[in-house]
Write a protein that binds this ligand. Structure first.
Ligand SMILES: [Zn+2]
Length: 216
């Protein structure tokens, strides 16, 4: 079973993939992690990454293929940060096909731009335990203003959680990642999830879809 997410910034992709992954014992495959791992052995790649040079699709795809082959006996996989655009999605399908597999589920975490923006601009996190809060979202407010519920540390705001960075990230999503929707819609493996709800409800929808298909 191979699961992908398509989600704008702050739609909750990280949280959802962690919960689903734990529940179904899925391997979590992040192309960022694969690249960082490879860069430790490969000084040329390391230099490129440090300089912020765009890494060619070919490099990412060959790392991904190796990882796919080494996880053939797993219960399934969840992909993080991939595919980001149409040509990656097509190449990815080819690789999976050559291994006798396919993309089984593509979950679109659907969230309007203004809600994404609010989540990012008012996001606060605990420097000690990493728990994330939001001072404008009722269900995510800390019980005492500015303090972590668990460790009572002062909450901090990430430096890149600003309007400018958000606009850039959202624009990239709209331009490059959104075209994937019609691609997967045609392949009939796209599932649209309303992400403007509590995490438990979002997860419940996904579990229903996964379980339902299992017994079809
Ligand atoms: Zn904390």
């Amino acid at each position: 079973m191979n699961i992908l997410f398509i989600a704008p910034p702050a739609a909750g992709k990280g949280t959802c993939s962690k919960i689903l992954g734990d529940r179904y014992h899925l391997k979590h495959i992040s192309t960022g992690d694969l690249l960082r791992e490879e860069a430790r052995k490969n000084p040329f790649l390391k230099k490129k990454m440090e300089e912020g040079t765009l890494i060619e699709d070919g490099t990412v795809l060959s790392l991904l293929k190796k990882k796919l082959m080494s996880t053939m006996d797993s219960a399934g996989r969840i992909f993080d940060g991939f595919p980001r655009n149409l040509s990656q999605a097509e190449a990815f399908d080819e690789i999976l096909h050559s291994l006798g597999e396919k993309v089984d589920y593509v979950f679109l975490l659907d969230l309007k731009k203004d809600v994404c923006e609010k989540r990012i601009l008012y996001r606060l996190s605990c420097p000690q335990c990493g728990r994330v809060y939001n001072r404008e979202v009722l269900s995510r407010k800390p019980s005492q203003e500015g303090l972590c519920d668990d460790c009572h540390c002062s909450l901090i705001k990430r430096e890149d959680d600003n309007k400018e960075t958000f606009e850039k990230r959202f624009e990239t999503y709209e331009k490059e990642t959104k075209p994937l929707l019609s691609y997967y819609e045609n392949k009939k493996n796209l599932y649209k999830i309303n992400a403007d709800r509590d995490t438990e409800e979002i997860i419940k929808d996904m579990i229903n879809l996964l379980e339902q298909k299992k017994y079809d």
